[in-house]
Design a protein around this ligand. Structure first.
Ligand code: GLY
Length: 357
């Protein structure tokens, strides 16, 4: 499927899936874009809308559309957001853990060798996906964590830096001082902070960058600072192969953002890729994992998290689905091909409540 998937045909098809997905009829709207089913390689996809998408994908696209290397393309693209302090959920400037320390998670997977690398709870290095790539290429291991990952990065000449920007520090301090009236941290006497945003959401912001080159080879990266104010050492889905990212050169690639705990316990990205292997389009496969997560959590009324999946198959078809969304404010992804940049509005399962806007 996936030429043009009307709501009716989606529901009909989904009904055939049977009792395994009892909440499928709650899918409120389907925003399948006909253009997304047009196969086109090379292609690079990122799990954000146009604004970040353009910044992030441009260096990758420049490599992919020329004679550049596939892994360089996904790495250079992911580095854009890792190095940008304006983004407070990935790399430098990411929100810290509960002790005010930024700990980063990232992984990379390369289709032609089916090899992968990851770093977890890495401190002081702005570009964790580049360290993950070296774990893949220059060690016999797949995962390095914490101090060991940092020492490995040092050995490869990465420069250390304080990753906690002033803005992230102030947001963290506000969270810390207002956490409890039973501890010894006090908010300012007048209750006013330098940065007066709404109460800080505990975000799980992340970015996935997936690509297929002109030979049909596939690669991907997922990188994040993880859940804001997490317990030190907490690792989410992003650096876990099969959870936050999975690549299979015979099939395609998938990546996840949002509450990592749900993605880990469903092996989310692996699930999406295996569904594509079984014949689903990337869009159907992304919807399928969203239904699975909602299902195992007891249905839509119990679910409050905002996980989103993106996928691309070997032919350059793309998909994006989320657990929560709102008409007109759908979660987004974007991709670049020789036709330029296109935005995908995610299909979603649960209408976000008004108060969450
Ligand atoms: N998806 C990012 C995290 O949960 O850490």
């Amino acid at each position: 499927m996936s030429k043009s998937l009307s709501r009716r045909s989606f529901l009909k098809k989904a009904a055939g899936v049977g009792a395994a997905f009892p909440f499928v009829e709650r899918f409120p709207e389907v925003f399948i874009r006909k253009r997304t089913s047009v196969s086109s390689i090379p292609i690079i996809l990122c799990s954000r809308g146009e604004e970040w998408g353009k910044k992030v994908m441009t260096p990758g696209w420049d490599l992919l559309s020329g004679t550049g290397d596939l892994l360089d393309a996904v790495e250079k693209s992911a580095n854009v957001v890792e190095l940008d302090p304006e983004d407070m959920s990935v790399g430098y400037g990411g929100r810290p853990n509960e002790e005010g320390v930024v700990q980063l998670d990232a992984c990379v997977m390369y289709g032609p060798t089916h090899n992968c690398g990851s770093v977890m709870a890495l401190e002081n290095i702005k570009t964790p996906c580049s360290v993950a790539r070296l774990v893949m290429e220059r060690t016999d291991h797949i995962q390095l964590v914490g101090e060991g990952a940092l020492r490995f990065a040092r050995a490869h000449g990465f420069t250390e830096a304080n990753l906690l920007t002033e803005e992230a520090r102030l947001r963290w301090l506000k969270w810390k001082e207002n956490l409890s009236d039973k501890d010894d941290w006090f908010p300012p006497a007048d209750g006013k902070y330098e940065h007066e945003e709404e109460d800080e959401e505990r975000t799980n912001g992340t970015i996935n960058v997936l690509a297929v080159d002109k030979n049909g080879d596939v690669a991907g990266i997922t990188t994040t600072s993880g859940l804001a104010w997490k317990i030190p050492g907490r690792v989410g889905d992003s650096p876990i192969i099969g959870a936050g990212l999975y690549v299979d050169n015979e099939v395609g690639a998938a990546g996840a953002t949002g509450r990592g705990e749900e993605v880990i316990r469903t092996c989310g990205s692996f699930y999406v890729v295996e569904r594509m292997r079984g014949g689903m389009s990337p869009q159907e496969a992304c919807e399928s994992i969203c239904k699975r997560i909602v299902d195992i959590n007891g249905g839509p009324v119990k679910v409050k998290f905002t996980d989103k999946f993106v996928a691309v198959n070997k032919n350059g078809e793309v998909g994006c689905a989320a657990i929560m969304g709102k008409k007109g404010k759908e979660p987004k992804a974007s991709f670049m091909t020789e036709d330029g940049i296109k935005v995908i509005k995610a299909t979603y399962l649960i209408e976000k409540p008004e108060e969450d806007d």
